[in-house]
Design a protein around this ligand. Structure first.
Ligand code: NAP
Length: 332
């Protein structure tokens, strides 16, 4: 009798868990904290430094934070876009923020030598930085064996080495003041080996290595490390993507009919991750979250399913287009 009850309990748990995973647009830990955890407004008055804040996920996160009175450092290269995001932040803050509370930094992440200067400028302006959110980055669509070595290097310069350098500066600063929080936008491609993005997937996996190592090293030291892993989101991302060839961008734009999270929803989930100091969070529309759970916890099932449905299906889930489009786009 006891074993029957335990068996039924485990079965029911499995069914409920599976249903919830299929319904949510994020992993279940994040979904739980969105409902029952700390609200974004708990960060009110804190200072968050966001790189890649001129569009997309960085912009969405800035808006979610500004709405709750969080002071912002918006960093990227396109000044006009940063000004636009700043105005949107001030409007959405509904009087919680003044112009002084949103600092714009026109900063190229690839100019590594300038990182310290910009971080110091932010600290001087606000007297403090509480969270560094490393979000700037670019993706890639390419066939693995054709990728030029320089593309691997360029992608790692932007998605990995610039991030690690700025984070080192922030961590030294947080060490000196006794606490702090560093976060980074990885991707579901940092969790699963996705096809046709070899260097990008490598760069995001490397980010997990660097940031997980940092978290372990600083255990008990008041340093929070968050890794944020979005699936497809409506941003400029695809058109800005690297290909396999130096100097050639992918150039395809997302279509309004694509299955992607909006940048506002993704930004909100990023802000919830920051407010609740979560170690890792995943966010995407169905079926990519159950798909990621399967890949991580049931690799054999994942591998067998992939053999049956084919890699093209995976490409379609990610880009809402046929793999053929990638081949044609790269010819142009
Ligand atoms: N969209 C998705 O489907 C998706 C999915 C998973 C992960 N991600 C990750 O999300 C992050 C943001 O991408 P997004 O989708 O929001 O694309 P996006 O709209 O193209 O945003 C990329 C941001 O990075 C900045 N950036 C690029 N190169 C830079 C450089 N050299 N120096 C400083 N800033 C630079 C861009 O600003 P400037 O051009 O003004 O410099 C822009 O603000 C990336 O790390 C990406 O890997 C996106």
């Amino acid at each position: 009798m006891l074993f029957t009850i335990i068996g039924v309990g485990v079965f029911a748990y499995g069914i409920i868990y599976t249903i919830l995973v299929c319904l949510a647009d994020c992993d279940l830990q994040l979904a739980f904290f969105e409902r029952f955890g700390k609200k974004i407004r708990n960060l009110k008055g804190k200072v968050v430094f966001i790189t890649g804040a001129s569009s997309g996920i960085g912009e969405g996160t800035a808006l979610a934070l500004a709405k709750n009175g969080v002071k912002l450092v918006l960093a990227a290269r396109r000044l006009a876009e940063l000004e636009r995001v700043k105005q949107k932040c001030l409007e959405i803050s509904n009087g919680l923020l003044t112009s002084e509370d949103v600092l714009i930094l026109q900063m190229d992440m690839l100019d590594i030598k300038s990182h310290q200067k910009y971080f110091d400028l932010a600290v001087q302006h606000f007297g403090n930085v509480d969270i560094l959110f490393n979000n700037a980055g670019r993706s890639q669509r390419a066939t693995w064996e054709n990728i030029e070595l320089d593309i691997h290097k360029q992608l790692f310069e932007l998605n990995v080495f610039s991030v690690v350098n700025l984070t080192s500066i922030a961590v030294r600063y947080f060490n000196s003041k006794g606490s702090g929080h560093v976060a980074v936008t990885s991707s579901l491609a940092g969790v699963v080996g996705v096809p046709f993005s070899g260097s990008y997937t490598g760069s995001k996996h490397a980010i997990h290595g660097f940031f997980n190592s940092l978290r372990t090293e600083k255990t008990g030291k008041n340093l929070t490390v968050s890794i944020i892993c979005p699936g497809p989101v409506f941003t400029n991302f695809l058109s800005e993507s690297f290909t396999e060839t130096v100097g050639k961008k992918y150039g395809i734009s997302a279509k309004p009919t694509d299955r992607r999270l909006t940048m506002e929803r993704c930004g909100e989930l990023c802000a919830i991750t920051l407010a609740n100091q979560l170690d890792e969070s995943w966010m995407a529309l169905f079926p990519l979250i159950p798909f990621t759970y399967t890949a991580v916890y049931f690799p054999l099932i994942f591998k067998t399913t992939l053999k049956i449905v084919g890699v093209n299906t995976l490409f379609k889930l990610r880009d809402s287009s046929d793999i053929q489009l990638m081949t044609e786009a790269k010819k142009n």
